[in-house]
Design a protein around this ligand. Structure first.
Ligand SMILES: Cc1cc2nc3c(=O)[nH]c(=O)nc-3n(C[C@H](O)[C@H](O)[C@H](O)COP(=O)(O)OP(=O)(O)OC[C@H]3O[C@@H](n4cnc5c(N)ncnc54)[C@H](O)[C@@H]3O)c2cc1C
Length: 434
């Protein structure tokens, strides 16, 4: 059997893999990409972040994105304590120069657009081609076996291997590197509806997030009057389901005043689907001759719509790692790996800090009562915009936010204790009234 030897072989043609493929060809490298599915295909994850927009531009796809997307100017949050009232965070308030908007997209269209662009720019793209085996040959060399739709095997020995296999986590799963986060074991149920009420005017395309006692709900406006509606819930709540998935989704969404009123005239457009939503992290991110990007390396709860941004930005930063390897300079490669790992983990950790506290009473209170000492709101908006890797002023504001969170937690706890003992301290009275 003949063996193909491209500079780069990418496993997976989602946002991470297609971004890497496109940018790698722009470097003048010979690139092959294997995708087990065929585009267009449904994928969940429809809300993009402003900081992804410069990457889309580098891929030469800005106008195509405008054509398929709904403009998203911000995100709004409603806590279950506040019923129908929401608070909007417009991206125009972000610190620094992150774009003031992003887009909501059908992933079938978005992923196909990225993937087909790879083909156009010269990536050797093969759909319905599943990677079945990766063997390490030593010295950073790998032999990869793939099987096409007719069962025909191919063998590849790339100079550099990129795993962008998403939640299939090809390398980390096969090597026992995948570490699940048992504290973040949730499941998601979602579907598409028509006739759901949108926010007014410039907020028409914003994502809405609603807290409730068993999790949170998203509403993402798509083109043609379609709304993506989904709930991320505790496993126990999901296990309590006795009805069909469609009925369960509606029952869940109708638990909240705000969502119930927006769904009054809703007609289901796409049957509900469910997926496990375990957060995980691979104990390795790269090694000699290979790199993992996007969900193939880590997955965190999608409440801040971070997944596609983490996927595409890790691909864009990963080009430097592959470049250093192809140059054959070991010192440069080690440095590129260190920089890449530090930045990638910093971005993930920033989102994760908020996610792991997202359902705490303190975070719910802070998000729905945003005062603005020290421009904290701008810091939070920058996080929501995806500016989580290098911007120092954002990092400083987020540090202050963390301090405010710690103080508010103590105050809220003191209030709970004093309420249960019959007295309420004056200093915290405003929290309830707000
Ligand atoms: C419930 C839920 C809601 C979400 N909401 C959002 C959101 O609003 N915004 C957001 O940004 N993110 C969201 N996400 C996360 C987002 O969907 C992912 O983070 C994103 O798709 C990651 O991109 P990726 O390219 O790494 O992986 P994927 O998009 O999953 O792409 C991986 C590709 O690899 C292919 N593949 C896998 N194994 C092989 C193999 N062996 N051989 C060949 N090909 C293979 C797959 O077919 C797939 O096409 C959500 C996720 C969930 C679960």
């Amino acid at each position: 059997m003949s063996v193909s030897k491209p500079d780069i072989l990418v496993i997976g043609g989602g946002p991470a893999g297609s971004t890497f493929g496109n940018l790698a060809v722009q470097q003048g490298w010979d690139v092959a990409l294997l995708e087990k599915d065929e585009h267009p295909r449904f994928h969940i994850g429809e809300s993009l972040l402003p900081m992804t927009m410069p990457i889309v531009e580098r891929l030469g796809l800005w106008q195509d994105l405008e054509r398929i997307g709904v403009r998203k100017n911000g995100a709004d949050f409603t806590t279950f304590r506040r019923g129908a009232y929401h608070h909007t965070y417009p991206f125009s308030r972000a610190l620094g120069d992150s774009p003031d908007h992003a887009f909501q997209v059908r992933r079938s269209e978005f992923d196909e657009m990225l993937y087909e662009k790879c083909r156009d720019v010269g990536v050797d793209v093969r759909d319905r081609n599943t990677v079945t085996k990766v063997e390490e040959l030593g010295g950073g060399k790998h032999r990869v076996t793939s099987v096409d739709a007719n069962g025909v095997e191919s063998v590849w020995e790339p100079k550099f291997l990129v795993d962008a296999s998403g939640r299939d986590t090809f390398l980390s799963g096969a090597n026992g590197w995948k570490q699940r986060n048992p504290q973040h074991a949730s499941a998601a149920v979602f579907g598409h509806f028509r006739g759901v009420r949108r926010r007014a005017d410039e907020n028409e395309g914003d994502i809405s997030i609603y807290w409730f006692e068993h999790g949170w709900v998203w509403m993402i406006p798509l083109r043609d009057d379609v709304m993506s509606v989904g709930a991320v819930c505790d496993p126990d709540y999901i296990k309590s389901r006795r009805e069909s998935l469609d009925e369960f989704l509606l029952k869940t969404v109708n638990r909240m005043v705000g969502t119930r009123s927006r769904m009054r005239d809703a007609v289901q457009d796409r049957p509900a689907q469910a997926t496990g939503n375990y957060s995980y992290l691979s104990s390795r991110m790269m090694g000699p001759g290979y790199l993992m990007i996007g969900d193939a390396f880590a997955f965190i709860d999608p409440v801040f719509s971070s997944g596609v941004h983490l996927a595409m930005s890790s691909a864009a930063r990963g080009i430097a790692v592959a470049g250093a390897w192809l140059e054959g300079d070991a010192r440069k490669y080690r440095k590129a790996c260190r920089d890449y790992e530090q930045e990638t983990k910093r971005g993930i950790d920033t989102f994760a800090w908020f996610i792991y506290r997202f359902r705490s009473p303190t975070m719910s209170w802070l998000f729905s009562n945003p005062r603005n000492p020290l421009r904290l709101v701008e810091g939070v908006v920058s996080m929501l915009a995806g500016d989580v890797f290098t911007n120092r002023s954002v990092r400083r504001r987020l540090l202050v936010f963390k301090a405010v969170y710690a103080i508010a937690s103590v105050l809220l706890r003191a209030r709970v204790i004093s309420e249960s003992s019959g007295s309420r301290p004056r200093s915290t009275r405003n929290m309830r009234e707000a």
